[in-house]
Design a protein around this ligand. Sequence first.
Ligand code: ZN
Length: 187
Amino acid sequence: MSLLPVTLYGDKILRKKVDKVSDIDNETIELIANMFETMRNANGIGLAANQVGANKSIFVVDISRVEEYENIKPTVFINPVIEKYSDEKIIFEEGCLSIPDIHGEVERPESVVIKYYDTDLKEQTIEANKLFARVIQHEFDHLQGVLFTDLVDEELKKKFKKPLQKIKKRKIEVSYPVSETIDYQLL
Ligand code: ZN
């Protein structure tokens, strides 16, 4: 396993709607293992494939180290589709490994039903609530080219403008490996 550089705000692949996965080859298995390692190394709880430069509809989530979520097993979601959003919404602060040191409140549905494929390409459907649903929606958005900073209120958007430009120009210090150019693409 190896750590992959994390793409940063401004990187083109973060704005791309990624391609579906058609088969799980060794390359994809290795990518998934490396995504888990990269996420944990950066103390993240979710990571989408385009955050490591891969144009594939895959994200991983591991919230098992968060209190009250120890029973949620680390999960890989392949070709995910969110089938149902709850009417009830909650506001919660989010951050993102591709947008270091920026945090802001985002309103999202409290729970979702998500269909996806596992690494045996077996179809799975689960209902996720609270933090689990939050991370799933954040990562699912990544695969559509959407970032949480797109979803904050106008005031925060203004406040984020300068810090986001700094990230784009890489005038920041990050404690984990990051991509060197905005054109970085792995697979
Ligand atoms: Zn993110």
